[in-house]
Design a protein around this ligand. Structure first.
Ligand code: PMP
Length: 406
């Protein structure tokens, strides 16, 4: 059983430490994943040996930085199977990718009275940007309902479409529940109704292969830090034809072709959407994260995470009075729960002292918490570098919490 003796743990230096004198059980990968040595080394190399700006210099270091920077774009193009590198835009993360599309595509092409569909399980990042533009443009937001297991109701989704529905945005995987949505079907249905669709893939990239051509999504966004890469870097994928017709998001250097005080013309894709000096070290290191995932393989990740999820679910279910929130048939290795009537913050404050890192709160999904009638949950989210001992540590600690609260 690979979760007994996980060969990958040693690739992640963070795991090699004690917290409060205890073994660190990092169970918060849905918030951010740990970084493998290859990614850390890459950042270190850029700042210690490779510092230079990109696209501007003709000297050695600038050339090298530019090549490595653009290599990440090539790797990413292949990784998500985009048709061309022009469809891969560097952003600062999923949130930024959503805002870009809201403020360019939706702001420019939707009219008063048009409708946007979002689901009940969205992260605030996939709600608020649409609300901001909806308010300004007088658009209507409608919500796709879910069931008690945390699964999206596809038949209800179909019923929400009218001739005014022009845009849909849904998450591939829920950060709070782990639910994997049937996005290929959701995309087909949106296209049957002539609506464009954005897929929030923030929680998807580490767990399985995402193929934008197979999905046929119009836009897709994700964050580097949730796929073993650095913070502050993310991707917006968009179909070339749509990106071409969209106005720029931000103005500045790099995104222009010619500038006069009378008129500015814009750079070609993808640079049209990349104003200013980018986070160069982070982009280069993101390329290392992609290579790392390819080396480990999605198949291996799936195998380990499936085992971890089964074991964690079965052990958590044995605890009297523990309510698992999010029991979809298809889910990633996320276990959200509510323990008796103990507030999740109390649970996490006590498990923290045992060296366990779990997340508590509304997980930036307040409408979802409202649906389940809880103010917050405790969430253990597992990645392929976790092992059985991490889960056992959590279970032992939860029993101590119960004892303490009587
Ligand atoms: N969507 C989902 C489903 C997420 O889990 C997150 C991060 N928790 C985001 C969007 C926002 O990602 P970021 O903060 O990296 O922009």
């Amino acid at each position: 059983m690979s979760i007994l003796n996980n060969e990958f743990r040693s690739e992640f230096p963070v795991l090699d430490q004690l917290v409060y004198g205890k073994r660190l059980a990092y169970l918060d990968s849905a918030a951010t994943t740990l970084k493998p040595k290859a990614v850390i080394d890459s950042i270190n190399h850029y700042y210690s040996k490779g510092t230079a700006n990109v696209h501007r210099g003709i000297y050695f270091l600038s050339d090298e930085a530019t090549n490595k920077f653009e290599l990440t774009r090539q790797k990413m193009t292949k990784f998500i199977n985009a048709k061309t590198y022009k469809e891969v835009i560097f952003t600062t993360g999923t949130t930024n990718s959503v805002n870009l599309v809201a403020q360019t595509y939706v702001r420019s092409f939707l009219k008063e009275g048009d409708e946007i569909l979002l689901s009940q399980m969205e992260h605030h990042s996939n709600i608020v940007p649409w609300q901001l533009v909806a308010e300004e443009k007088k658009l209507k937001i409608k919500v796709i309902p879910i069931n008690e297991k945390g699964e999206l109701l596809v038949d209800e989704y179909k019923k929400l479409f009218t001739e005014k529905t022009k845009f849909v945005s849904v998450t591939y995987v829920s950060n709070a529940l782990g639910t994997i949505n049937p996005v290929k079907e959701l995309i087909r249905i949106a296209h049957d109704h002539n609506a464009k669709i954005f897929i929030d893939a923030a929680q998807a990239m580490t767990h399985f292969k995402v193929d934008v051509q197979d999905l046929d999504c119009d836009f897709l966004g994700f964050s580097g830090h949730k796929m073993f890469g650095p913070t502050g870097i993310g991707i917006l994928y968009g179909k070339e034809s749509l990106l071409e017709m969209m106005p720029p998001y931000q103005g500045g250097g790099e995104m222009i072709d010619t500038v006069t005080f009378e008129k500015t013309t814009f750079n070609d894709l993808p640079h049209k959407f990349e104003a200013g000096t980018p986070p160069i070290a982070s982009v280069i290191a993101l390329g290392e994260a992609v290579s790392f995932i390819e080396k480990v393989t999605h198949a291996k990740i799936h195998e380990i995470e499936t085992e971890l999820l089964q074991y964690a679910t079965s052990e958590l279910s044995k605890i009297d009075g523990l309510r698992l929130i999010g029991t979809a048939a298809k889910k990633t290795s996320v276990c959200s729960f509510y323990l008796r009537d103990i507030h999740p913050h109390d649970v996490a404050a006590l498990t923290d002292k045992e060296g366990i890192a779990i997340r508590t709160g509304h997980h930036c999904a307040q409408p979802l918490m409202k649906f389940f009638g809880v103010p917050a949950t405790a969430r253990a989210s597992l990645a392929f570098y976790n092992d059985k001992a991490d889960i056992d540590q959590l279970i032992t600690s939860l029993h101590k919490v119960i004892k303490l609260f009587g």
